[in-house]
Ligand binder design. Sequence first.
Ligand SMILES: N[C@@H](CCC(=O)N[C@@H](CS)C(=O)NCC(=O)O)C(=O)O
Length: 231
Amino acid sequence: MALRVYDLAGAEPERRFSPYCWRTKLALKHKGLEFDTIPWRFSDKDVIAFSGQGRVPVMLDGDRVLSDSWNIATYLEDTYSDRPSLFRGDGGRAVTRFVNAWADSILVPNIVRMTVTDIFAHLDQRDRPYFRESREKRFGMPLEKVITTRDADLLSFRKVLEPMRVLLATQPFLSGERPAYADYIAFGCFQWARCISTLPLLLKEDPIWTWRDRLLLAFEGYAGKAVGYPV
Ligand SMILES: N[C@@H](CCC(=O)N[C@@H](CS)C(=O)NCC(=O)O)C(=O)O
C-alpha cells in the first residue's frame, strides 16, 4: 500500500504550502516511494490526533505513524536503505541536521515575517481565526503590522542567504552534483513562499534562483507543477 502524508492545504485543497510537508514529499520522491497526500487544515487537529501531536507532516507507512519532518527523513533513510540515500553517510546526516536547524531558525522565521498576511489570505475560512490569534500572539502585534517592514526585511533576507549563494555559485546543489535531503529542506522554504505569495524572494540572476529552478524541475517537475505563483 502507498504511504500516506497529511499535507497542509489552503482554502483550495490543491494549494499545499507547508515547508515541512515539502521536505517530506521530496524525500519520498527521492526514495522513489509511492505516496498519497491527504489535504489537512489547521482546524483538523482531531484528524491527526492519532499521531500524538498536532502538526503536519504526519506520515503513515502501513501501521507505522510518524510525525516531524526530520524524524520522517531519518525513518525513510533507515527503513528504505536500499534506495537512493537522503544523507549519503553519517557525515552527510550530521551536516544535514545543521541545515535543518538553520532552515528552522533562520529561513522559516524570516519568510513568515514577510508572508504572514499572504498565508492568511490563502487559508480556509475555518482556519483563519485560529491562525490570526496564534500568530498575533507569537508576534505580539496584528498580522498587518508584521509585514509593514517587508521591503527592508526582504533586502536583509537576501543577505542572510549569502552562504547558500557562495556555495551554489560553484556546485549545482547544496549536496553536491546531485540533490539530497539538505536541498529539500532549504527548497521547501522557498516553495512554501512560492505557493502563497507573489513576493519575489529571489532575483533571476541569483545562483539560488537557478538552484531552485533545478529543484522545481526535479522528479518530472513535481514541485514546479504545484499550485503557486511564478515568482
Ligand atoms: N518540527 C516540525 C514542524 C511542523 C510544523 O510546524 N508544521 C506546521 C505546518 S507548516 C503545523 O502543522 N502547524 C500547526 C499549527 O500551527 O497549529 C517538522 O519539522 O515537521
